[in-house]
Write a protein that binds this ligand. Structure first.
Ligand code: UDP
Length: 158
C-alpha cells in the first residue's frame, strides 16, 4: 500500500547539535560524537566557535524575557562550543530524544542513558543542545552556517 506519498516519510532530515562549553571543557566531545555515529546519524559538518554576548543573545532570543537569560548568556559565552549538523531520517526528534530532558538532574532519573544524564549538571549547564522543530533547525543551521544577522561569521569569510 505504500506508494509515492510514503516515500516522503523516509526523507533524511538535518538538525543542529551543539556541545555546550561545559561539555567541551569536560572533554565529552569525542564520547558524544561516538554516541552520535553509533545512533545512525551522519555528521555533515562540524566546527568550534566561541560565542560572544551578541551571538548568544540572538541564538536564544526566544528566552530573552526569562529570568535565567543573563545566566544562560554568561554560560554560553564561557568557552568554545562544538557545532555539528547531523543528518538522518527523523534527525530532529531522534537527536532530542538522545539528549534527554532539559534538566540534567531529571534526565538522570527519567532518561539515564541520555547524553544530558551522562554529562549535564542541572537545568542550565546541560552539556548539549538540539533544535526542537524543523523551523528551529533551519534557523539554527543558518545561524551558524548561513548569513543570519547576529549569527556567526566564519573566519574564511572575514
Ligand atoms: N535554561 C536555564 N534555566 C532554565 C531552563 C533552561 O538556564 O530554567 C537554559 C538551558 O541551558 C537550556 C536553554 O536554557 O538548554 C534553553 O532552554 P529550553 O527550554 O529551550 O531547553 P532545551 O530546548 O535546550 O532543552
Amino acid at each position: 500500500l505504500c506508494r509515492s506519498p510514503c516515500d516522503a516519510s523516509v526523507e533524511k532530515e538535518r538538525t543542529l547539535a551543539m556541545i555546550k562549553p561545559d561539555g567541551v571543557f569536560g572533554n565529552y566531545t569525542d564520547k558524544i560524537k561516538e554516541v552520535i555515529l553509533e545512533s545512525g546519524f551522519s555528521i555533515i559538518t562540524e566546527m568550534v566557535v566561541q560565542l560572544d554576548e551578541g551571538n548568544a543573545t540572538v541564538f536564544y532570543v526566544e528566552h530573552s524575557h526569562r529570568d535565567f537569560f543573563p545566566g544562560l548568556v554568561k554560560y554560553m559565552t564561557s568557552g568554545p562550543v562544538y557545532i555539528m549538523v547531523l543528518e538522518k531520517v527523523n534527525a530532529i526528534s531522534d537527536w532530542r530524544a538522545l539528549i534527554g530532558p532539559t534538566d540534567a538532574r531529571k534526565a538522570r532519573i527519567s532518561h539515564p542513558s541520555s547524553i544530558r544524564a551522562m554529562c549535564g549538571l542541572d537545568s542550565e549547564m546541560n552539556c548539549v543542545h538540539g533544535s526542537d522543530s524543523p523551523q528551529s533547525a533551519a534557523r539554527e543551521i543558518s545561524f551558524f552556517f548561513g548569513e543570519m544577522p547576529g549569527g556567526i561569521v566564519r573566519h574564511e569569510e572575514l
